[in-house]
Design a protein around this ligand. Structure first.
Ligand code: AMP
Length: 187
């Protein structure tokens, strides 16, 4: 099973992905986590993306596509991947379909966590102080939200046309969203 958790920043994708990793035999592939690890390691890639991420902009398609490609064998061995924060643009979505097809695999389900912009801003305001993420601040968050609305949300029709899109209410408590995610996966 290959699953995409889809939604704006701070919608709860990472929280739900981690729950699924514990509960099911799947690997979380978060490009944000991979990029933060690159920055923490001080690698050349990390140095290249640090400023872009801090401002809340998207890093190049080529970089994230390569990061995902490197991790596909591991996800396959585990029985499936939860894509968290990837794909974020149409070229990324098309590259993912091609990479999976060349391995005889496909995306099975795209779960969209729906949370409205005002609720997101309220959620993130509480996180700024404690997160320690340099992109969790009011200015970068607006850029991240705009990137989602302009570059990522247009992927919804792409997956809807493939018959893979399931939309869930992401506004509730973590447990009730988790129950809805489980329901979608098991149906
Ligand atoms: P996230 O942890 O998913 O919120 O990602 C944090 C930041 O990493 C984003 O704001 C982007 O700067 C970068 N990033 C993560 N995933 C991608 C992606 N698929 N495409 C482009 N940039 C990404």
């Amino acid at each position: 099973m290959n699953l995409i958790l889809f939604g704006p920043p701070a919608a709860g994708k990472g929280t739900q992905a981690k729950r699924l990793v514990e509960g099911r035999n799947m690997v979380q592939l978060s490009t944000g986590d991979m990029l933060r690890a690159a920055i923490a390691s001080g690698s050349e890639l990390g140095q290249r993306v640090a400023g872009i991420m801090e401002r809340g902009e998207l890093v190049s398609d080529a970089i994230v596509i390569e990061l995902i490609e490197q991790r596909l064998p591991e996800a396959e061995a585990a029985g499936g991947a939860i894509f968290d924060g990837f794909p974020r643009t149409l070229p990324q979505a098309e590259a993912l379909d091609q990479m999976l097809a060349s391995r005889g695999r496909k995306i099975d389900l795209v779960l969209r966590l729906k949370v409205d912009d005002d609720a997101l801003k309220a959620r993130i305001a509480g996180r700024f102080a404690e997160s320690g993420r340099p992109d969790d601040n009011p200015e970068s968050f607006v850029v991240r939200l705009n990137a989602y609305n302009q570059q990522t949300a247009p992927l919804l029709p792409y997956y809807k046309n493939q018959g893979k899109l399931v939309e869930l209410d992401g506004m509730g408590a973590i447990d009730s969203v988790a129950a809805a995610v489980d329901g979608a996966l098991d149906s």
